[in-house]
Design a protein around this ligand. Sequence first.
Ligand code: TYM
Length: 332
Amino acid sequence: MPRIFSGIQPTGNLHLGNYLGAIRNWVTLQADYECIFCIVDLHALTLPQDPTELRHATREVTAAYIAAGIDPERCIIFNQSMVPAHAQLAWLFGCITPLGWLNRMTQFKDKAGKDRETAGLGLYSYPVLMAADILLYRATHVPVGEDQKQHVELARDIAAAFNRRYNTEFFPLPEPQIFGTATRVMSLRDGTKKMSKSDESDFSRINMTDDADAIALKIRRAKTDPLPLPATVEDVATRPEAANLLGIYAALTDETMETVVAHFAGRNFSDFKPALAERAVASLGRIAGEMRRMLADPGYIDGVLRRGAERAEAIAVEHLHLVFDMMGLLRP
Ligand code: TYM
């Protein structure tokens, strides 16, 4: 069976983009693939984190996976730092990855900002650790939002470079899987900016833990343009805020953009926004309730992560030792 690996950083607030771009797709994939879903806490450390908040966020992401419908018996759910082979393979890959490949990564440029000299080494080598995450399990498919495509392509390049250097086909070349109408959910305050955990304004995103009132208020306040809703999909393309809200609606209702545009064509945002809020509350409300219930019992969550890490470790160590053999390292 083909194997899936994907992950989310436990940083800040999980939001609608993480849900529609990633988690929701994972729920459907678990029927057809062997799935490994990670909470990538080592990646979180590439920017400063408060230790107490990091621990909480790790449990919160775990709760979100399970509350959204990922079955911890069928899939492996674990946090990255519990399986040391991730960091080990990242070092080995770091030794075969040219700097030029990392210099192309747009996320580093965004996150490091203007002052590249003070950015951490971890932030720079982040995509190498991500390649290690995926390839440690010899995963073939990586379901992600659009913003991670470049990183998955780098993982392919690293896999190919390893295979060439050691004259092997050990690593599959992993495919990014980017699904549906909400592969890039944008900020509610600015339709040209990605919805993000780190945006200062909480009004820019719908958090997975927001209650119905907060969701409705954020959608009511979401930026729009003064025109009625567009009549054709071509018109949508020229109106970023309308495109974003209609795209979210389409994703939440599992309809095509064409159907949603036809339905709301010519209507005012004041008609459309309550309908969108209702859909968002219907999808997220149940998940948020379930997350709160689970977070009241951290023992359960920690148990899931421990069992997941044991199962992940069994696969990871076997593969890592085969890599040791190929590279000329003695096995422990
Ligand atoms: P992260 O934590 O930023 O995001 C987790 C997932 O959510 C998707 N996503 C979005 N999708 C649509 N619209 C948005 N606005 C939006 N924001 C985030 C992301 O594409 C991602 O799928 N580097 C990764 C984590 C990672 C990983 C991995 C992923 C580490 N190792 C191995 C896959 C495989 C990241 O920072 O995702």
